[in-house]
Ligand binder design. Structure first.
Ligand code: OGA
Ligand code: MN
Length: 298
């Protein structure tokens, strides 16, 4: 009896294997066929890690996972960081930051305006974030998109005179940069205690960083946290930063994520900046964030 020839080459995916399908966008890919409520095997994990480096934003649709499973999966990429706003930790899971505009008994249950300006998470810390995972719990009927801008492309396409102006320079990043402005717009944002203020002393980061895993350069300044370019007069620094902010977030660099129920989105804070497009006040939006610690930028 002749046996049916089944060609299995080591590189060919099995029909039920994980598929990574890049978006028709300057960054981002969707991961199909992975059940994150089960342990991810070593080989699959390696593929996810590589895809994250290649595409910078990974979208897992319909990820039916608990906060504990989100924490466990996130932790495989590195230690998790605890946000300075301890006010908005998920009960029992200090590593989970509640991102939400919902108020209960007149009190916010989470950070309602996370991402109101373009930023990279925790760039104001000596060790900023490697990447963040945001898991949708409750989504608004309108609005609430998240935008991601590719900062490798931002650097690659920067005009030569701007590259020369910033090459080798440091910039100051501060958590406090826009804090009072945000509080004026959103009275639900809590006042910081002195202990919280002491925890977020400004740091200096290279304006152009090298991705520690791929070696690619990326622009690393943001409207939210970058206050000045070190060594330049403030007016020159302001003008230069304004140009960089505009060029680094232009539409040709952006993927816009439209959330669907149970989406889990995992981005690389070393490669992209992101922005919350905004949610109307009368709509409810709730997501859980875990944040992985990265290396000191160089
Ligand atoms: C964040 C963030 C954007 C959003 O959670 O880090 O910036 O759309 N969120 O909620
Ligand atoms: Mn953010």
């Amino acid at each position: 009896m002749a046996s049916a020839a089944v060609a299995i080459s080591p590189s060919a995916p099995f029909p039920d294997a994980v598929q990574i399908v890049p978006f028709d966008a300057p960054l981002g890919a969707e991961v199909f066929g992975l059940d994150l409520s089960r342990p991810v095997d070593t080989a699959t994990f390696a593929r996810i890690k590589q895809a994250h480096l290649d595409h910078h934003v990974l979208v897992f649709r319909d990820a039916r996972i608990t906060p504990a499973q989100q924490v466990d999966f996130s932790r495989r990429f590195g230690p998790l960081q605890i946000h300075v706003l301890r006010n908005f930790q998920l009960a029992g899971h200090p590593e989970v930051l509640i991102v939400s505009n919902i108020k209960e008994d007149g009190k916010p249950i989470g950070l309602g305006d996370a991402g109101a300006y373009w930023h990279s998470d925790l760039s104001y810390k000596e060790k900023p974030s490697l990447g963040s995972l945001l898991h949708a719990q409750e989504l608004p009927g309108e609005g609430g998109d998240t935008l991601f801008a590719n900062q490798h492309l931002a650097w690659d396409t920067l005009p030569q005179e701007l590259r020369s102006a910033v090459h080798g320079r440091l910039a100051e990043h501060s958590y406090l940069a826009k804090y009072e402005e945000l509080r004026a717009r959103n009275p639900y944002r809590p006042a910081l205690t002195q202990a919280q203020i002491d925890e977020v002393v400004p740091v200096q980061q290279p304006v152009v960083r090298t991705h520690p895993e791929t070696g690619r350069r990326a622009l690393f300044v943001s409207e939210h946290f970058t206050t000045r370019i070190v060594g330049l007069p403030q007016d020159e620094s302001d003008a230069l930063l304004a140009e960089l902010f505009a060029l680094s977030t232009r539409e040709s660099l952006v993927y816009r994520h439209q959330w669907q129920p149970h989406d889990l989105v995992f981005w690389d804070n070393r490669s992209v900046m992101h922005l919350a497009a905004g949610t109307p006040d009368h709509e409810r939006r709730l997501l859980y964030r875990t944040t992985i610690e990265g290396d000191a930028p160089f």
